[in-house]
Design a protein around this ligand. Structure first.
Ligand code: NAD
Length: 350
């Protein structure tokens, strides 16, 4: 079995490689990534990508067909992965997250791959706090990032057939420790602030709703998507990936961290512009389709995992919101250094 994972050198990727290596010890696992964040490994004593059979470096916007030779399943993680980058670099976000994903799926299908797993996002629901949204609910993508994910789902749909099964997993916001940690995710940010500054600084008024999922539970969901057969979900399925118990208001997340570290102060930005991105999500379909691959982590375990992981990496940066653990900062530094251009293409070394 041969599985290709694009965008594997980010936050979610190491857990996906670990999950597939554990369950498929003999599989050929191929990584493909441009490497924007590859050097930001959180623990010096590990080799995070050792589970791979082969790593390719390149841009998904010019994906070489030959890498797809013999590939059974493609897992499409490569993306501009949040709103701040998407807002600043809108056109490359659409090219990478939407056009390149659909092109990759078409190439994979033509090469005989059987399955395609796409990392979509619950952010497509945008402003939806009145009741939990199901896959059939109206969409309200508020940002370039959310629009790119919807466009990708729409573009992928016609490619699915009985020989090429597509699963779009609309993931909740990720949290938890990873070999390539990001701190621009709400719970991760709160735990980092609590540890280093004894303060959780909520950037909104605390009321927005965010469903969360542990990063390793995302990997489990992707394994389900790889393993499912057509009788579970059909040739093409879009499914919210997370759990009903994990719909939280941002201030509840802060309170939970404070419960574990009572010395921590929680400050709410009362003057913040209302964050329109607020959504509650219904995960019934995922529970029905994937009863054996449901999220296992709870919020407390995720917080403890982050505390342990941040301590192990000797995390000391009180100004971490300006650090390389924030995806936008890395991208902007790479642009400033001339390593990548404004379209986020690699500049050739002189
Ligand atoms: N983290 C979350 O909260 C979350 C939630 C829902 C969905 N997702 C999706 O899951 C996937 C992984 O997210 P993540 O948190 O690991 O993001 P990340 O930013 O940490 O990793 C994304 C990876 O994609 C690579 N990449 C970006 N553009 C590329 C290009 N042009 N060519 C090749 N590689 C490229 C980057 O180098 C990086 O390694 C993304 O598709 C993201 O949209 C993430």
């Amino acid at each position: 079995m041969k599985i290709l994972i694009t965008g594997n050198l980010g936050y979610v990727g190491p857990g996906v490689v670990g999950e597939f290596r554990k369950y498929y010890p003999d599989a050929s696992l191929i990584g493909y990534d441009i490497g924007y964040f590859s050097q930001y490994v959180t623990n010096r004593n590990i080799i995070p990508d050792a589970g791979l059979t082969m790593q390719y470096y390149g841009d998904v916007r010019s994906f070489p067909d030959e890498i797809l030779e013999g590939v059974d399943t493609v897992i499409g993680l490569a993306a501009i992965s949040n709103d701040p980058i998407g807002n600043r670099y809108e056109s490359p976000t659409l090219d990478i997250n939407f056009k390149a994903i659909v092109d990759l799926a078409l190439k994979a299908k033509n090469k005989g791959a059987k399955k395609f797993v796409f990392a979509s996002s619950c952010s497509v629901y945008g402003s939806a706090e009145d009741k939990p949204r199901t896959e059939d609910s109206a969409l309200n993508p508020l940002t370039a990032y959310a629009k790119s994910k919807i466009n990708a789902e729409i573009g992928l749909r016609p490619l699915a057939d009985k020989n090429f099964q597509i699963t779009c997993l609309r993931f909740a916001t990720a949290c938890g420790m990873s070999d390539r940690l990001r701190l621009d995710l709400v719970l991760n940010d709160f735990v980092a602030g609590a540890i280093i500054n004894k303060e959780i600084n909520i950037l909104s008024d605390g009321t927005p709703w965010r469903p969360l999922i542990h990063v390793l539970d995302m990997a489990r969901a992707m394994r389900w998507a790889h393993e499912r057969n057509g009788s579970t979900g059909g040739d093409f399925v879009v499914v919210n990936a997370g759990s009903n118990a994990w719909n939280y208001q941002v201030k509840e997340l802060a309170n939970m961290v404070q419960e574990i570290m009572p010395e921590v102060k929680v400050s709410i930005n009362k003057d913040a512009e209302p964050d329109k991105r607020s959504y509650r999500v219904n995960f019934d379909l995922f529970e029905k389709l994937a009863p054996n691959h449901q999220p296992k982590y709870d919020l407390k375990a995720s917080v403890y995992g982050l505390i342990h992981g941040l301590k192990a990496m000797e995390f000391k940066d009180s100004n971490y919101r300006n650090s390389n653990l924030m995806r936008l900062n890395v991208i902007q530094n790479l642009v400033k250094a001339g390593t990548i251009d404004q379209s986020l293409f690699l500049n050739q070394p002189q």
